[in-house]
Design a protein around this ligand. Sequence first.
Ligand code: AMO
Length: 431
Amino acid sequence: MLDIQDRKYANEITAANEGERVSIAGWVHEKRDLGGVFFLVVRDISGFAQVTLIRKKTEKELFERVKRVPRESVVAIQGRVKSEQKAPNGYEIVPERMEVLSEASQVLPLDTTGKVGAELDTRLDARFMDLRTERTKHIFIIRSHVLKAIRDFLDERGFIELNTPKIVSAATEGGTALFPISYFEREAFLNQSPQLYKQMLMASGFDRVYEIAPIFRAEEHDTTKHLNEATSIDIEVAFVDHEYVMTLLEELVAFVYSKVADYPGLAKLNSNLEVPKTPFRRITYDEAIELLSGVGEEIEWGEDFSTSAEHTLGKIIDELYFITDWPSAIKPFYAQPAAGGTCNAFDLMHPRVELSSGSQRVHSYELLKQQIESKGLSADNFEFYLDAFRYGMPPHAGWGLGAERLLMCMLGIGNIREVVLFPRDRRRLVP
Ligand code: AMO
């Protein structure tokens, strides 16, 4: 048995290792038979290594075994490094031994070289295999970099990362979009947002918190921008207003773009990523309506923007922007009311889709209770939350940013499902 624990990654070897004996392990990406010469391309997470066999020089048994090994089988190969300018990373491996660690079935669900395209559904059904393609692999490496950049940014600014429950008793974002679950003898729900909990934490003295966690929305949408299980990046900050958290949000988004722009694998995605300049443009809800009416799209005051209105605005503005001064009537009960029926809430928009919403929150117990009731909700269901406002609650503000929306927009990806490992939507519960 080859000592595969001592293997080298494809990108750890260079022409400078000429003559050294190395072991590599990975998947059989491609096989090319040129008669007298046979190339086997082995893929690992770092890239590709070319294994070259010359019929006249290679031991016959090894030559035949390598030739027969099905594509996508997992192999370990030991051999000598030889410099070869035309090969990936400038070297090839002249093999001495090969072990097939796991033989792949002959008919593959997908072509991992990306030469033969596949429908998104086919790719998602065989996601483990789709992740072997360069494009998909880089999407998820970028996703990891994005979440790390966000944590770095917030940690640097004194935030604490906390985790709130995902099994809850009450809705936060309006009553319809909840997944009920049976919780012993009671009914419970999967949480739509950490909203109530992150606000309760403001009464604890933890004055800068964040959470990166799943949110569950039972919306029946079958669109390219909705998931039933999404990842929300939520923050809440005490002793500040909505303006403060908007600045934080635009700086965070610009920072994340700049980190992704520096990632070499971005080239595999053909995205035209441009790092946005801060501050982002701000328009009020009224100004948005005016812009829309200028192009013949009519919105009534107090109505949310439709997808088509969002697209029209996106075309007109064509950069990241905030919509501010929303009517209280269409924002949740926790948004702080302001003059003229508006509230201190905002949405951060990408020209394609909404990325985030947030607000300054109501921190007065009486007003909050009143707002809950004025939305037709029962204050009794919110007792646990309201309690936190009775014994010293500072003013506070925060936002929720959709991780998948951010990724899809930043990378120019058409369908949100592409940036989730195993997406949950109206039709998809497996894999
Ligand atoms: P909201 O409901 O606007 O606000 O959600 C915040 C952000 O989460 C993302 N998002 C989704 N992404 C994919 N699929 C979905 N079904 C989905 N639903 C939401 C979006 C959205 O902008 N509690 C407030 C936030 C706050 O005020 O702090 C909230 O949840 O990117």
